[in-house]
Design a binder for this molecule. Structure first.
Ligand code: FDA
Length: 584
C-alpha cells in the first residue's frame, strides 16, 4: 500500500453525474477532485440520450453549450415518436415530440436560452472528462472503490487499481458516490433504498443506413411492435444515435421452447431484419448488452462528509428521458454547496439541504417514469402483443362497428397520454425547492398557486424563493447580442437582481463584499439600468417593486426576494446570506 494521497474531494464514478460535478468544481471553484472509475474509459455504449434544456443550461453555465450542440443531434431530428409493425410497414400512430409540436414550440423556446437535443452519453462523457482534465481534474480509470471511513473532519477512501491490484488510500474532506445504480458508496453508508428492480433490457448497437424510414418522420424513439417471433418480446425500439445510420435497438429475448433465450448474433440479425421489414439493408452489429431497469430511490443523499448523486440515489425507466438530465441538475446543486463549504464561505451544514432539495425531485421523476411506463403497457395492450391479438386489434380498428369506434377512441386517448412523456416540458423544468434551509421566504410573501396548472406540461415561472430563476431575454444596449437572465446568474456567484430604484441594493452588495468573502455580484434590469428589459418580460415576472430585489443562488435558484426596499436592508441581506449558507 502506497502513502495516502490528499485531495479536497474524491468522486467515485465518471458518468454524467460524477464528471459534471468534477467539471463545475474545477471551473468555478478551482477545486480539483480525484475521479475514479472502475471502467477502462467513458461509456462504451450510447445509453441515456434525450438532453433537455435544464441540463443544457448547466452546460451553458460552464461554457460547453456550443461544443456539445456540435456533437448532439438537433431538436429537428427529434420531431416524432412513432409506433409501427415494422419500419417499412404499417404505422399505428405517431406524436410530435420534444418541443416539436408546432402548437407548443413557443413554450420550449420561451422557457430557456437552450434547446432540446439528442446527446448520447457516449458523446457527452468524453467532452466532460476532457474539459475537466484540462482544468486539472485527475481521472483514474480502471480503478475501483473498496471502502471508506469517515471521521468529523475527513474521509479515508481505499481504492484499488484493477490491473495491478495495487491499493491506495486517499484522504479527502468529502467523498461523492456518483457510482451508478449499484452504488457501493450508498451501500456502505447504510442508506436504505426503497423500490424494486424492474427488468433487464437488451440493447443492440448497430450501424445501418435507415434514412429511407426516417427522413419523412425524423424521431429519436421509434417503437416497433412486432409479434411475429415468439422467442422475442413484441416490443422493440429503434433509438436514433446518429441520424440515420446509427441506432440502439431495444429488443427483448423472451423464451424459446420454455427456456430463457440467449440469442446468437445470427438470431439478432434475423430479428433486426424482421423489425425493419426487409433484408436489403447492410447492418453492422457493434455490440449487444443487457442493462437493468429499476424503480428505486434512496432515503437520503448524504451522511456527514459523504454524498451520493445520480443513479446512486434514483433509478427509474428511461420514460421522459429524465435520468441523466436530473443527475446533471444534482451535480449543479452539489457543486456550489461543496465549493462554498470547501472555500470556507459556507457552513458544512449547507450540505444537509441536499436531500431536502433533491429527493423530492428524484421522487417525482421516479413516479413519473413509472406512470409513463403504465401508459405504454396500455398502448401495447390495445394493439396486442401476439399475432392473434394484433390481427383482431387491427381488424377492429379498421372496422365500421361500435367496437371499432371505441377502440379507435381508446387508441387516440392513450397516444394522447404518451404526450405526457414526449412533450412534458413541465416535469423537465419545474424543479422547486420549497422546504429548504438554503432559501428564505419573507413571512408576508406567499408561494404562487399553480394548483390549476398541469405540472407535466406547464412551466411554473416565479421568483418566489426555491423556484428556478425564470429565463427572460434582456439586452445590454442596442449593439450587443441579447442576454438571458440565466447568463447573469451562476458561474459560481450569488446574484442580486434589482430594478430602476435599486441603487441602494447595489451598494449593499458592496458592503457585504467588505465583510464576507463570498462571490456575489449585483446588477439592475430596467430603464437606464445595467440591462434593458427589452421585451418587458422581467417586469411582468419578477414580482418585486422598482426598489425590490431578487437574490439568486449559484445554481440559478432563487434564494430570497424582497418586494421593496426597507430600512436595515444591508443587515437583512447579511442575515439572508448567513441563513442560506447554513450559518443559523
Ligand atoms: P453511471 O452509471 O453513468 O456511472 C457510474 C460510474 O461509476 C461509472 O464511471 C462507473 O465506472 C463508476 N463505478 C461504479 N461502481 C464503481 C466502483 N465500485 N468503483 C469505481 N467506480 C465505479 N438510460 C437511458 O435513459 N436510456 C438508455 O438507453 C440507457 N441504456 C443504458 C445502458 C447501460 C449498459 C447502462 C449501464 C445504463 C443505461 N442507461 C440508460 C442508464 C443511464 O446510463 C444512467 O441512468 C446514467 O448513466 C446514470 O448516470 P450516473 O453518472 O449516475 O452513473
Amino acid at each position: 500500500e502506497s502513502a495516502p494521497i490528499n485531495k479536497d474531494v474524491v468522486i467515485i464514478g465518471a458518468g454524467p453525474a460524477g464528471a459534471t460535478l468534477a467539471l463545475i468544481l474545477a471551473k468555478h471553484y478551482d477545486i480539483k477532485p480525484l475521479v475514479i472509475s472502475r471502467h477502462k474509459g467513458t461509456a462504451n455504449t450510447p445509453r441515456a440520450h434525450i438532453f433537455n434544456q435544464r441540463a443544457m443550461e448547466v452546460m451553458r453555465d460552464v461554457g460547453l453549450e456550443q461544443q456539445l450542440s456540435y456533437v448532439a443531434s438537433a431538436a429537428t431530428e427529434m420531431q416524432h415518436t412513432s409506433w409501427s409493425h415494422t419500419l417499412n410497414g404499417r404505422e399505428y400512430g405517431r406524436l410530435w415530440s420534444w418541443g416539436n409540436d408546432p402548437a407548443r414550440r413557443g413554450t420550449y423556446e420561451a422557457s430557456s436560452p437552450c434547446q432540446m437535443t439528442d446527446l448520447p452519453q457516449s458523446y457527452l462523457e468524453p467532452v466532460l472528462v476532457k474539459e475537466s482534465q484540462q482544468l486539472g481534474v485527475e481521472y483514474q480509470f480502471n480503478t475501483e472503490f473498496v471502502s471508506f471511513k469517515q471521521t468529523d473532519d475527513q474521509v479515508r477512501t481505499c481504492i484499488r487499481n484493477r490491473e495491478s491490484g495495487t491499493c491506495s488510500v486517499v484522504i479527502s474532506k468529502f467523498l461523492v458516490g456518483a457510482d451508478g445504480a449499484r452504488s457501493a458508496v450508498l451501500d456502505e453508508l447504510g442508506i436504505p433504498v426503497d423500490g424494486c428492480r424492474l427488468n433487464d433490457a437488451f440493447n443492440v448497437h448497430i450501424k445501418a443506413d435507415l434514412s429511407r424510414y426516417f427522413e419523412h418522420r425524423p424521431g429519436s424513439l421509434n417503437w416497433v411492435l412486432n409479434p411475429d417471433a415468439p422467442e422475442w418480446s413484441a416490443v422493440g425500439n429503434f433509438r436514433m444515435v446518429r441520424p440515420w445510420n446509427e441506432f440502439v435497438v431495444s429488443m427483448h429475448p423472451s423464451a424459446k421452447e420454455g427456456k430463457p433465450f440467449e440469442p446468437s448474433s445470427d438470431d439478432i440479425r434475423r430479428r433486426l431484419y424482421q423489425m425493419i421489414g426487409e433484408k436489403e439493408v447492410g447492418i453492422e452489429i457493434l455490440s449487444a448488452y443487457k442493462w437493468t431497469i429499476n424503480d428505486q430511490i434512496a432515503r437520503s443523499w448524504q451522511k456527514g462528509r459523504v454524498i451520493c448523486i445520480g443513479d446512486a440515489t434514483h433509478r427509474h425507466p428511461p420514460i421522459n428521458g429524465l435520468g441523466s438530465n436530473t443527475y446533471i441538475s444534482d451535480a449543479f446543486n452539489v457543486a456550489w454547496k461543496l465549493g462554498y463549504v470547501l472555500k470556507g464561505w459556507a457552513s458544512p451544514r449547507l450540505l444537509e439541504t441536499l436531500t431536502d432539495e433533491r429527493k423530492p425531485v428524484g421522487d417525482r421523476i421516479v413516479r413519473r417514469a413509472n406512470a409513463g411506463m403504465e401508459v405504454h403497457r396500455k398502448l401495447w395492450g390495445i394493439l396486442g402483443l401476439t399475432q392473434e391479438a394484433r390481427e383482431t386489434a387491427v381488424q377492429t380498428l379498421e372496422s365500421d362497428t361500435c367496437e371499432g369506434t371505441l377502440l379507435r377512441k381508446d387508441l387516440r386517448q392513450t397516444l394522447e397520454l404518451v404526450d405526457d412523456e414526449v412533450q412534458a416540458i413541465g416535469i423537465q423544468m419545474n424543479q422547486v425547492y420549497l422546504n429548504s434551509r438554503a432559501t428564505m421566504a419573507e413571512l408576508d410573501d406567499h408561494p404562487p398557486d399553480f394548483s390549476h396548472s398541469n405540472e407535466l406540461k406547464d412551466v411554473f415561472l416565479s421568483t418566489f424563493p426555491g423556484y428556478h430563476l425564470p429565463h427572460l431575454w434582456l439586452a445590454r444596449d442596442g449593439h450587443s447580442p441579447k442576454v438571458s437572465t440565466l447568463d447573469l446568474a451562476g458561474h459560481g456567484y450569488f446574484l442580486l437582481l434589482t430594478r430602476e430604484a435599486g441603487g441602494k441594493w447595489l451598494k449593499a452588495v458592496e458592503t457585504v463584499l467588505e465583510t464576507r468573502q463570498i462571490p456575489i455580484k449585483a446588477c439592475s434590469i430596467g430603464f437606464g439600468c445595467d440591462y434593458m428589459d427589452a421585451y418587458r418580460g422581467w417586469s411582468k415576472i419578477c414580482d418585486v417593486e422598482d426598489d425590490g430585489a431578487v437574490l439568486v443562488r449559484p445554481d440559478h435558484f432563487v434564494a430570497w426576494r424582497c418586494h421593496s426596499l426597507q430600512s436595515g436592508h444591508v443587515g437583512k441581506l447579511q442575515e439572508v446570506l448567513g441563513h442560506c449558507l447554513g450559518y443559523d
